[in-house]
Design a protein. Structure first.
Length: 255
């Protein structure tokens, strides 16, 4: 006898009365708001950024049944080959972003990686630390918190929720679009004395690159029926991004 639609829901039984797509979109809005406050708000609110990653990572155990967690990709892929492909894809995507930024804008504030480097200088305690210690201090969390939290939420929870209403392709476009827009607070949007300011041209390029990168991570998740390769690719992206920032851009930043 076939299973009922209710039994196939990824939500916990106690949450079945909720609309999964609406809930996921509300959570996406909340996480984006936390990201904006954590990156563009006062330094005292920086904690909201890592907190958002931690809550994203915990969501499957708060909202989803064991079946739901498997359905979003919280299961290991077959073999080790998926990880090799993921690491290559993530590193290549970061190098492409770096190359395009340097080609179009050089080491100026219009370059997305320069903006990210400047945010490191603003938020990290740099006094008395060598460039290698700073690199390690910033890169280790960047290879853990955002790859786990963002992949679980965007490529996992949000993708699965949207697929209840949309096709796989449309769902991927929506979640990748939101992922790209969320990264505007790292480049494109800035806080000035007059309020929020948008650098439209380079912001559009950055959002497009983040959209394409998110689609790459989503492809890895679908190809291997697992979020782990997407997390590995995301970690490789952040590792490579920080490597080129500290190797090539950090010395050019004003103190």
């Amino acid at each position: 006898m076939p299973s009922s639609p209710v039994s196939l829901s990824p939500l916990r039984p106690a949450l079945l009365a909720l609309s999964f797509p609406i809930l996921a979109m509300l959570l996406a809005s909340a996480f984006i708001a936390m990201r904006v406050m954590g990156t563009l708000g006062p330094l005292g609110l920086f904690w909201m950024l890592p907190l958002s990653f931690c809550v994203m990572a915990a969501l499957p155990w708060i909202l989803l049944s064991p079946h739901g967690r498997r359905s979003i990709g919280l299961q290991a892929p077959s073999g080790k080959a998926p990880y090799a492909l993921a690491l290559i894809c993530g590193a290549a995507a970061a190098l492409l972003c770096f190359a395009l930024g340097m080609l179009l804008y050089g080491a100026t504030p219009d370059n997305w990686f320069v903006s990210i480097a400047a945010s490191f200088r603003r938020t990290a305690p740099t006094a008395g630390l060598s460039i290698w210690m700073l690199h390690l201090m910033i890169t280790v969390p960047a290879c853990i918190f955002s790859p786990i939290g963002e992949e679980i939420f965007f490529r996992g929870v949000l993708q699965k929720a949207l697929e209840e209403k949309l096709s796989v392709r449309s769902s991927t476009c929506v979640e990748a679009g939101l992922f790209g827009l969320a990264h505007l607070c790292h480049h494109g949007l800035s806080m000035t004395a007059a309020g929020l300011s948008l650098n439209a041209a380079s912001a559009a390029g950055w959002v497009t690159l983040m959209f394409a990168t998110a689609c790459l991570f989503a492809w890895l998740r679908r190809r291997h029926a697992s979020l782990w390769p997407a997390m590995a690719a995301h970690a490789a992206f952040n590792l490579t991004m920080n490597a080129v920032i500290f190797q090539f851009l950090w010395p050019t930043l004003p103190l």
